[in-house]
Design a protein around this ligand. Structure first.
Ligand SMILES: NC(=O)c1ccc[n+]([C@@H]2O[C@H](COP(=O)([O-])OP(=O)(O)OC[C@H]3O[C@@H](n4cnc5c(N)ncnc54)[C@H](OP(=O)(O)O)[C@@H]3O)[C@@H](O)[C@H]2O)c1
Length: 258
């Protein structure tokens, strides 16, 4: 949306036809920019020839590697990941393979034109390793290293690779409402895009830069990684889960349909 607001045509990629149609309509109606939609599921590894075909003959000036998924609605031990065998592959494909493969498809065109911007969305849990989100946190660390190395490899050829590491943004992923601590998606996108070209490694906005600094001070690695702290965090998450379960039971006992 923010890219369209700034006058760019947009290629939208997601799993859901309905959502793609709706966003494309909004962009075309509101900003008068052209759109092209590609429906793919990034949890699969065989989709890239199709994506390549869809992008053929298009001049992609800015690539935003935004797609990612989590696997639990709360903190959980690695072996508590639901349907772990399948989920592990899906999360790695969606959060890391997509970044490398899509970059592989788009970068050659940028190199030919000797200009291009790749924005890779990581997370603060990619910088500050987060126990009880082990797999997600590790995939976000991949995005940081990949971005930094790629930036070093290609900046002399006119390509900027920026890594954005947000704290909390109000989206479908975390289902939080925006507040003084949680940025709205629109406000975040606007501020983060203003940093493109100025910073290749950023929290994306001032609020998140301050939160990152404070988090580093208040929650140093030794504390975040200590068994006692992780144990307490896990117990609290388990209690929240039990409460949610109990709430659901009360709810159904009253005979109210979900
Ligand atoms: N929200 C936060 O607090 C937060 C904090 C730090 C970092 N981040 C990062 O910010 C980025 C955006 O996340 P978000 O919070 O906006 O999450 P989101 O609301 O769940 O959006 C994720 C996007 O990825 C797409 N997507 C998810 N799984 C997909 C799949 N298998 N195939 C194709 N598309 C898929 C979704 O589209 P469809 O559902 O339509 O397919 C959606 O457009 C992610 O990289 C996330 O790690 C978010």
């Amino acid at each position: 949306m923010e890219l369209a607001r700034r006058g760019l045509n947009v290629v939208l990629v997601s799993r859901c036809d309905e959502k793609l149609r709706q966003v494309a309509k909004e962009i075309e109606g509101q900003y008068g920019q052209k759109t092209h939609t590609i429906r793919v599921d990034f949890t699969h590894d065989h989709i890239y020839p199709f994506v390549a075909e869809q992008l053929q003959d298009m001049e992609i000036g800015i690539l935003v590697n935004n797609v990612a998924m989590s696997y639990s609605d709360d903190f959980a031990l690695f072996l508590e990941i639901p349907s772990a065998e399948q989920k592990i592959t899906e999360v790695i494909n969606c959060n890391t393979l997509s970044v490398a493969q899509t970059t592989r498809l788009v970068l050659p065109g940028m190199l030919q034109r000797r200009k291009g911007l790749i924005i890779n969305i990581s997370s603060q849990v990619g910088i500050h390793a987060q126990p009880l989100l082990a797999l997600y946190s590790a995939t976000k660390a991949f995005v940081i290293y990949f971005s930094q190395c790629l930036h070093a490899e290609y900046k002399s050829k006119g390509i900027t690779v920026q890594c954005v590491m947000p704290f909390l943004v109000s989206t479908n992923m975390n289902k939080m409402k925006s507040s003084c601590l949680v940025k709205s998606a629109r406000a975040f996108a606007r501020e983060a895009l203003n940093t493109a070209g100025y910073s290749s490694y950023t929290s994306g906005c001032l609020l998140h830069a301050m939160q990152s600094f404070a988090f580093g001070l208040l929650m140093p690695d030794w504390l975040r990684m200590s068994s006692v702290f992780v144990g307490k965090l896990h117990t609290t998450a388990q209690q929240r889960k039990a409460q949610r379960g109990a709430y659901k039971e009360d709810y159904t006992l009253e005979g109210i349909e979900e």
